[in-house]
Design a protein around this ligand. Structure first.
Ligand code: NAD
Length: 375
């Protein structure tokens, strides 16, 4: 069986992560044809050639449009800054390629609608890079919720904190531009939001506050530039099924490195999870003698599938890049016509609708129903 032909656009943080996944997926899972790493695109031919050598692609180009007419390419990974996603994803779909696009879909809601519509028209697979839903721990939490292990879930607290923008002296870059989106919401809060979607279904209404801790950031070439979006956001949610949720996101939180924490409270117990300790979760069940009740820590093990595909020993742990490899396997399943655990452009648009409702709630200082945002 011929493996999928892959085109990759961008080789930064996420581009390398996609490239590792495409390189590893056949070896890890053992049940798919090895993808063919055909062409890598970067901003210029020199960088593209260097990265193609490093990441194992046969060809390279300084013009991403070269990927579109190449019949050897079946699927395109879009890992460029947010503002490029609509143009690149739509062009790839229109060229008949499947698309694996990094989050968020687009800074503007109507562009995200355009991406969803392009996927519908093309009839190709469209997948978003919401890797955290792939953690075997999250999959197991979903199972616990489905089985009613903690009774009826009634409240969720979600937090996402990192400190990559905590230093006021850190130079201005694309993440602080309005053209890249709302900052803390679509750059950041979308990750815990993807977990809320994966675990609880859709958002019904929201109210949001946002904060800009630093008004300006220094420019590398000297001087300073106005920060155009917000680094901190707090949202109250009403979720499908009457569950209430709180989501707090801060990309300028000194000391936090990769926190995506969930506290899920139910009528018979609670579940705690934090991405900084991504190989474990805590479970509290209100049964047995009160004297012995307490949170217990469960470490991931081969029975938390697909952990078993990476390592046979319990408690040894997966890493961030492994989540992308799992996402890649799901994408290959979807392309093969199998049922897959992915956020596609249809679900991605539902998430975008929530994000834009959050921004509208902040701008208009009121609760906003997600249904106010029409396609
Ligand atoms: P980055 O700045 O590290 O990398 C972006 C890359 O795109 C760079 O290599 C840049 O040279 C390249 N690029 C820019 N314009 C290009 C063009 N016209 N043609 C070809 N290449 C071009 O950024 P990043 O942190 O990797 O973020 C990229 C995307 O990934 C963003 O949308 C971001 O939101 C998302 N992201 C997702 C996760 C996740 O966990 N899923 C984590 C971080 C970032």
């Amino acid at each position: 069986m011929k493996g999928l032909g892959v085109g990759l656009i961008g080789t930064g943080y996420m581009g390398k992560c996609h490239a590792l996944a495409w390189n590893n997926v056949a070896s890890v899972f053992g049940d798919v044809a090895r993808p063919r790493l055909v062409t890598l695109a970067e901003v210029n031919a020199g960088l593209a050639a260097e990265k193609a050598r490093e990441l194992g692609f046969s060809r390279s180009t300084g013009n991403w449009r070269d990927l579109l007419n190449d019949p050897e390419i079946d699927v395109v990974s879009v890992t460029t800054p947010n503002a490029f996603h609509p143009e690149m994803a739509i062009a790839a779909l229109e060229a008949g390629k499947h698309v694996w696009c990094e989050k968020p879909m687009a800074p503007h809601f109507q562009d995200a609608v355009g991406m969803r519509d392009a996927a519908r028209r093309a009839g190709r697979v469209s997948a978003m890079g919401y890797n955290y839903i792939q953690n075997p721990v999250i999959r197991h939490i979903r199972r616990l919720l489905d089985e009613g292990a903690i009774g009826t879930a009634n409240h969720v607290r979600a937090e996402m904190d990192e400190d990559f923008m905590a230093d006021p002296a850190a130079p201005f870059y694309w993440k602080s531009e309005a053209s890249s989106g709302y900052g803390a919401l679509d750059d950041f809060a979308v990750h815990p939001l993807s977990l809320l979607f994966a675990l609880f279904g859709h958002v019904e209404s929201v109210v949001t506050d946002m904060v800009k801790p630093y008004a300006t950031r220094p420019l590398k070439e000297g001087g300073a530039r106005q920060v155009e979006n917000h680094d901190i956001a707090s949202t109250l949610f009403k979720l499908q099924g009457g569950i209430s949720a709180v989501l707090m996101a801060n990309r300028s939180a000194w000391g936090r490195k990769g926190r995506i924490a969930l506290q899920i409270f139910g009528s018979r117990g609670s579940i705690l999870y934090d991405q900084e300790r991504m190989n474990e979760f805590q479970l509290y069940l209100a049964d047995g003698r009160a004297e012995e009740q307490g949170f217990r820590t469960v470490l991931t093990a081969p029975h938390h599938r697909p952990y078993d595909r990476f390592v046979p020993a319990p408690g040894h742990g997966l890493g961030f890049n492994d989540l992308k490899t799992i996402e890649c396997r799901e994408l290959i399943a979807a392309i093969g016509g199998e049922k897959a655990h992915l956020i596609d452009f249809e679900d991605g648009l539902r998430m975008e609708r929530s994000v834009h409702a959050m921004a509208r709630a902040f701008n208009e200082r009121r609760w906003v129903s997600v249904s106010e945002l029409e396609d």
